[in-house]
Design a protein around this ligand. Structure first.
Ligand code: ATP
Length: 135
């Protein structure tokens, strides 16, 4: 690990999205955004849906991360998440279709529909669309 940097590893069921050093990492934990620098105290937290910001000097890159766990220890930050992407990888049409599907499920007001699940799908789609808009 480079001095004053922290190693960040992001793993999903399908791949390792990132395994490099960073000056600062800001993650969306379940209780809000948490900024992590080299030497941060050990921490384990669940993650919310949102952006993970990786900062090196004046450069900032962002990944979308959808839940999971983050563990911070002397070796660095390890994030395990069901789904994570770089903005370039996001398929806008797929996200729009997911948004419409979720909205129509929520609107239908049908007791057979799991509204909480549709609301989570809607949040994922909105975050993916926002990631594309911000690029
Ligand atoms: P969908 O209904 O379109 O599958 P979802 O929100 O249910 O969307 P997830 O369960 O969050 O999808 O993700 C499943 C896998 O598909 C993950 O690997 C995720 O990175 C990928 N993925 C989901 N939506 C997109 C998208 N719009 N563009 C690129 N990859 C996507």
């Amino acid at each position: 690990m480079a001095e004053n940097k922290i190693r960040l590893r992001i793993v999903t069921p399908v791949r390792e999205l990132y395994n490099k050093d960073a000056e600062m990492v800001i993650m969306r934990s379940s209780i809000g955004d948490v900024g992590i620098l080299h030497g941060h105290q050990p921490l384990t937290t669940t993650l919310d849906y949102g952006f993970l910001r990786i900062i090196n000097g004046t450069e900032e890159i962002r990944a979308t991360i959808f839940g999971g766990f983050a563990s911070v220890d002397s070796r660095g930050i390890t994030i395990l998440s069901d789904a994570a992407e770089w903005p370039d990888e996001i398929d806008v049409e797929r996200a729009r279709a997911a948004k419409e599907r979720a909205e129509s499920r929520i609107r239908r007001n049908d007791s057979n529909i799991d509204i909480a699940r549709a609301e989570l799908a809607l949040r994922r789609a909105l975050i993916r669309l926002e990631a594309k808009e911000r690029k």
